[in-house]
Ligand binder design. Structure first.
Ligand SMILES: NC(=O)c1ccc[n+]([C@@H]2O[C@H](COP(=O)([O-])OP(=O)(O)OC[C@H]3O[C@@H](n4cnc5c(N)ncnc54)[C@H](O)[C@@H]3O)[C@@H](O)[C@H]2O)c1
Length: 470
């Protein structure tokens, strides 16, 4: 083992040695003292201070942020010292191709299309952040096969959705939508018939995940009795009770609210037989996905008076932009649905709050930073999820090896032959489809060892990308 050398010197030596000036994403070093002092909080904190790994020159790390990504993310990247280029809107494809050529990370929302055609120009790209829920706008498979991890933020808006549903329960129960429309047209209609308190009523939650569980707690605070149905056995919060079948839930609930994902199994989960199984005068709320409810069947149930009202935030076909577009051309039943009383229609705004946008900025910004600095891919949507506990602060002569490769037999043998010359402190590998990702912490290495490791790994047949962090 060679004696420890100043980190800055080691970094410079290594850069020169492997001539990495054209691929700055490939290597990272330990931070300087000021970084360590202000190192970000770690959710996986340990008793011993952890060694923070940083890109070898943070100023060289280029991040392109499009579509007005929330400022919480910009703050995170600025704190790291990355070069941030920010645009309020998306870019035309030609300009995007020009800009993506030399960036290491890109942050987008739903309008920017990262197709294979765009991604193949991205020579230094390490990671993509979708500052939104969906990831359809990215060619995930092409990205993975190019060694580019993609992160999103599926759960940052759970609370916003849960609060909207609480508002809708009261709004339906008190016919607030109808009263408001009447008043806006100058009609005073003071009624109490069929207007109810929600206290003591039963709320049936279908899908007890992030949103369903939040909602359960809020509803109990209003004095509601909560039951839920989920395909998984899930521990109840508060005094809520899981019921064994959807029918059990439908038979007992005054309000039924849907919080399941869009899957082949949940398509038309609520249709004529399910509406028939509901209590007379019950209400339906759907803020999950439009395909989960057979809306023509719902219209019929409302017209027959079987249901006393409904609130819909999502639809099978939704307009791509704002405007007077919610019509029969889009969905054949649109005008019939719009004409019904005590039916609240909202334009997919369940998760649309300032708080949710800010939380998305923090979640995706943090995920990108962890991946860039530490290689941790937990939460990636297209990539094997790999994490190792941090290196200790005093491990000056350690390197973290990140090796992305094609998922074919024999690769690990080849790689471990390379690594075996050193002390492998810890190692983890996982695969997803055609792509595999290995992370290993190697101790007692000097600059020549690191150079040699990098060069040997780069020459392996099935390599997709190699990064070394130290
Ligand atoms: N309206 C909006 O703006 C908005 C915002 C965020 C999320 N969403 C949607 O809300 C839904 C729920 O989101 P989440 O974050 O709570 O998801 P989640 O993955 O945390 O929870 C979904 C739950 O549904 C359960 N489930 C799956 N299939 C089921 C089935 N057939 N029957 C019963 N339970 C089933 C799962 O086991 C899980 O517990 C999703 O469809 C999501 O896309 C809508």
């Amino acid at each position: 083992m060679s004696s420890p050398r100043p980190i800055q010197k080691l970094s410079e030596d290594f850069r020169t040695a492997v001539n990495l000036s054209t691929s700055p994403g490939a290597v990272s070093t330990s931070p300087n003292a000021s970084y360590i002092n202000q190192a970000r909080p770690r959710s996986y904190s340990m008793a011993k201070p952890a060694k923070a790994l940083k890109p070898f020159s943070t100023g060289d790390m280029k991040i392109l942020l499009l579509e007005n990504v929330n400022e919480t993310a910009i703050e995170i990247f600025n704190k790291q010292g990355y070069q941030v280029e920010f645009h309020k809107s998306s870019l035309p494809e030609e300009e995007l191709i020009e800009k993506i050529k030399d960036v290491h990370a890109i942050g987008i929302r739903s309008k920017t299309k990262l197709t294979a055609n765009v991604l193949r120009h991205a020579k230094n790209l390490v990671v993509i952040g979708c500052f939104c829920i969906g990831t359809n706008q990215v060619d995930l498979e092409y990205a993975a096969k190019s060694g580019v991890a993609v992160f999103n933020s599926p759960f940052s808006n759970s609370r916003s959705v849960a609060e909207l549903v609480i508002a809708e329960i009261i709004t339906l129960s008190r016919q607030l939508g109808d009263r408001s429309i009447e008043m806006h047209s100058g009609v005073w209609n003071k009624v109490s018939a069929r207007c109810w308190e929600i206290r003591g009523k039963t709320l049936g939650i279908v899908g007890y995940g992030h949103i369903g569980a939040q909602l359960s707690v809020l509803a109990e605070a209003f004095g509601m009795h909560v039951i839920y149905y989920d395909v998984m056995m899930i521990m109840a919060l508060g005094t809520a009770q899981q019921v064994p079948t959807l029918n059990d839930l439908l038979n007992q609930s005054d309000f039924v609210t849907l919080h399941v994902p869009e899957t082949p199994e949940t398509k038309d989960l609520m249709s004529t037989p399910q509406f028939a199984a509901m209590k007379d005068g019950a209400y339906l709320i759907n803020a999950s996905r439009g395909t989960v409810v057979d809306i023509q069947a719902l219209v019929d149930a409302l017209k027959l008076g079987k249901l006393a009202g409904a609130a819909l935030d999502v639809y099978p076909n939704e307009p791509a932009k704002n405007g007077p577009l919610f019509n029969d051309e889009l969905n054949s039943w649109a005008s019939e649905l719009r004409s019904l009383r005590n039916v609240i229609l909202t334009p997919h705004i369940g998760g649309s709050t300032e708080e949710a946008q800010s939380a998305i900025g923090v979640e995706v910004g943090t995920a990108l930073t962890r991946y860039i600095n530490e290689g941790i891919s937990t939460g990636a949507v297209n990539f094997p999820e790999v994490a190792l506990r941090s290196l200790d602060l005093d491990q000056a002569d350690a390197v973290r090896v990140l090796y992305i490769h094609q998922n074919v037999p024999g690769v690990l043998k080849t790689v471990n032959n390379v690594l075996a010359e050193h002390n492998i402190e810890k190692q983890f590998s996982d695969s997803r489809g055609d792509v595999a990702y290995l992370m290993a912490d190697i101790s007692h290495v000097n600059v020549d060892d690191i150079k040699s490791l990098y060069q040997q790994l780069e020459q392996t047949t099935y390599k997709i990308a190699t990064r070394l962090l130290y």
